[in-house]
Design a protein around this ligand. Sequence first.
Ligand code: SF4
Length: 729
Amino acid sequence: MLFGRKDRKAITIADKQVVEWKYTTCGYCSTGCSIDVGLDAEGKAVATRGTADADVNRGKLCIKGVFEHHLFDSAGRGLAPLMREKTFDPYQKTDWDSALDKTASEIKRIQKTYGRDSFAVVSTGQILTEEFYTLGKLVRGCIGTNNYDGNTTLCMASAVSGYKRSFGSDGPPGCYDDFEHTDCLIAFGSNLPEQHPIIYWRLKEALEKRKFPLIVVDPRVTMLAQFADIHLPITPGTDVVLINSLMYVILDEGLEDRDYINAHTDGIEAVEAAVKGYDPVSAAKVCGIDEDTIRTVARIYAKAGAAMSIWTMGINQSTHGSDGVVNINNLNLITGNIGKPGSTSLSITGQCNAMGTREWSSCSGLPGYRYLENQADRDKIADYWGIDESFFPEKRGLQQTDIFSAIETGEIKGLWLVATNPMTSMPNTSRIRKILEKLEFLVVQDTYGDVETNQYSHVYLPGAVWAEKEGCFTNTERRVNLVRAVVKPKGDSKTDFWIFNQMAKRFSNGEKIHFPETSSEAFQEMAELSKGEGRTLDISGMTHDKIEEARGIQWPFSEDDEGLKGNPRLYTDGHFQTKSGKANLIPVIFKDNNECPDEQYPFWMNSGRVVEHFHSRTKTGKIGNLNKFSPTPYMEMNPDAARDLGVDHQSYVRITSRRGDAVVMVQLTQRVPRNMVFIPFHFHDCVNRVSLGLLDEHSRQPAFKQCAIRIEPIDQALAGQLNAERRTF
Ligand code: SF4
């Protein structure tokens, strides 16, 4: 194919010899783009393209999606199960039965010796919803440990907690179509162009059709902030103060929606009393945004016909992430901006199936947003699975971050990690290393055998990747979409669905509970369990085939719903999932418990994503066309601060916090203020060697975004050598 201007050298794109395109859904972020994978005559995946008639991405993909077919043959794939007696001994190849038998016997040994909860399971946001449901059955119904959670505690726990506190249930109430209807959008700590490029494209398209104010709250001049009408460069960790002050102005000037408040919320008096201490003059001193700007933004938001808020990790990854979410919900509730087109509180999710685990994995309770603490929920699920309800724990156990602390203190002795890499993703790497070394037994189930955490395991189970499997993902806007298996699992790797099913056979309750053989059969179980009872999470009208035909369906979608569109918004009738049916307005008081810069550690360290990488680079670090854009850990630094310290552009420096140190390359830019640096979090032995990760009291999510560091120039030759030894592909 040839294209390009006549007077320029034409660009040639090699013909990939595609003979068949197969439908699937992207396995990176939660945007949920539909993808066609092109296969050549030998059935090898050779290309990807955005699915033209899919509403989410309308034929577009970001750079990660464009090269996603390279995942199937990428380096480091685990091709056979491995076992060893001691960590750091050489691994020996084994067969599946031996690896699964060993794992099951170690789980039983540890539980028998130390108690049922002494073995923990930590999963992911990366596998399919049917796999999550099956894992939940295995853990809640067969293994019976209460210490079971997902790595979504690192990204979405605050959003879940905030939604539950405000609305009585998890579930983002809005959708991308809200961009087409809103009259004002505030983005809190969300850099869409890099984190969720196709959602950003949807926003940009809406803005091109109809201009409305875009307000970005972020301490850094992100790409989104560069496109904003108003950028609020907030002091890190003070969003609660800013939002309280916005509400102060709205209530003080009578700009609230009193009819909506009276009809659909409880608790306005407490919020009115709480925000009294946050007048713009006082708030400005804490959050760093001047009083006039606070008033201006409050007025624009409250006076807009429809206004919406989106947020990502800038809110969630904080010592008060859950409070931040509650306060965004408060802002939208007092202005009547929930459940209407263009009016919403929309958390932009992280991993491709963070929503699937929230909905169906049973991590936080029982499947389908049910609770261990609710007798009717316990009876329903125990009855459906065919086991005694007393087998379930009485209440939710430890969350992921607390599971690691419990290993440290010796309460937990064994751990099963599914598609998660705490050696890179958890705060304070040296602490995590010591914690993993304390385990009597660690089993790592992952697509990649070279994942850093696997160094500490006793058994390695190679999982199939993305579209080697079949099942569903749910995206940010509650759209359930289908991943079709387009190629077979590589080597002797197996689908996670198969691994969980086989493990269930090794436990006595595995005989009683029916474990479907196919993913579509498991989906039908979930659909049946979602029926009726007035729940928002109703998928009873969906099947795999219908989902593919519609290119994704948004829940709730019951068997009585017509067509294939689903329901784009929650709470359209103003009825919430609380006992009273009204939303909770909850006062939020700012607690200043962040680690802040001081004389010894004078810089804020901020972290986040770049477009070419995903999470701990387990996948994107292997794909040359992605990794080449940032193969080396780097740090954005303000040129004035660099001059003060004698640091040059593209030189290496050592960053040090109270936890540890790391070496990064400097990129000078005005995007960050003089007292702050920004480092992409994707690299091993980098950000999390220094991060603090204080936990939110409600969600237990770590505050990755804020800690204090110092910076020192170092010997460049030594640093270059160190970097050459790093794992780059
Ligand atoms: Fe995949 Fe997200 Fe990129 Fe879409 S925006 S192609 S879902 S990584």
